[in-house]
Design a protein around this ligand. Structure first.
Ligand code: PMV
Length: 313
């Protein structure tokens, strides 16, 4: 039934995507969309079923080219020491794929939790998040670690990635009241690996120029902690608008995201920006609670999917 199984959470990045890859702070929050997984031991073979995505795989009969999904599940089974066991893995994603909402990390966390449960393996949240990070590296190259962290912990955090001296900094964030958020979907797959690669190429050509942009975004994320704590939506909105301008400086937005941002701002949002990797994907807007319906409706009227959620600790 629907109540059983293990979960990984989808997420939004409120402030700080891209600069987080360069060791700056970012704020992320879970969304009510998640991925649920169930694992049942069986005599032989590993079967993976994701009906929603049309995936039906038997691992002993791989297709010509091994997909990154196959590689991901194999890595999880190997790390848990159960790669030679038979199991049926059912995955039920409620996070839209490739939208910058963290579906791949949520899937990894759900499968890790379900597989560990099926074979009675004890794992801490840190261990689950670290394994999901290694899984994320298969498809994403150089992830900051924010997606797997949110997918595991599922609460608003201030995040800064590992540096050689320390583990990732993960601080729980307090919100004095729920902050209403509208998520707009561009309908175009996000190109996280590509936009992260483009930013890296630009940074390599002129490190000082880009480090200065990353420092500015870092300051916005840190200011966002106080805005959330005070429940100051107008201030948070200002920070998001400025961050979106800096993300434009990094050239990671898209035509559709720009349209959604304009629609949000001209229909009562106090701030709007892209969220996640960009190049497509999703955007977020904050507004007072009596304005969110209007913002979401205006997005739908322009042909985009939108939904309403909130940031709450
Ligand atoms: O597009 P997503 O949901 O994978 O978010 C990526 C966030 C980035 O900062 C662009 C990359 C990263 O690894 O942090």
């Amino acid at each position: 039934g629907d109540a059983t199984g293990d979960f990984g959470y989808g997420k939004i990045i409120v402030l700080g995507e891209h600069s987080v890859v360069y060791g700056r702070h970012a704020i992320a929050a879970p969304i009510p969309l998640n991925v649920r997984a169930e694992v049942r031991p069986q005599d032989q073979d590993i079967d993976l079923l994701i009906p929603r995505w049309g995936v039906e795989m038997r691992f002993s009969e791989p297709e010509g080219k091994i997909s990154s999904l196959h590689e991901s599940i194999t890595l999880i089974a190997e790390r848990l020491g159960v790669a030679d066991r038979g199991m049926r893995i059912d995955v039920f994603p409620r996070v839209p794929r490739a939208n910058g909402l963290g579906a791949s990390a949520a899937l990894a966390v759900a499968v890790i939790r379900a597989m560990a449960r099926a074979f009675s393996i004890e794992m801490s949240d840190r261990e689950i998040s670290n394994l999901a990070y290694d899984v994320e590296k298969i498809a994403h190259g150089t992830p900051s670690g924010i997606d797997n962290t949110l997918a595991t912990f599922g609460r608003p955090i201030l995040f800064r990635k590992d540096n050689p001296q320390a583990r990732a900094e993960i601080r729980d964030l307090a919100t004095s009241r729920p902050i209403p958020v509208v998520i707009g979907l561009s309908g175009v797959a996000t190109l996280t690996a590509q936009t992260v690669g483009n930013v890296r190429a630009a940074w390599q050509k002129n490190p000082a120029r880009y480090e200065a942009i990353f420092d500015q975004i870092d300051g916005l994320a840190l200011a966002g902690v106080d805005a959330l704590a005070r429940g100051d939506i107008a201030e948070l909105g200002d920070l998001m608008n400025i961050d979106h301008g800096l993300l434009n400086a990094l050239q990671v937005s898209s035509w559709e995201i720009e349209e959604l941002v304009e629609i949000a701002r001209s229909n009562g949002a106090l701030g709007a920006k892209l969220t996640g990797g960009g190049g497509g994907g999703a955007m977020i807007a904050v507004a007072e609670s009596d304005r969110v319906e209007g913002v979401a409706a205006a997005m739908r009227a322009a042909g985009y999917n939108s939904f309403i959620t909130e940031i709450r600790s």
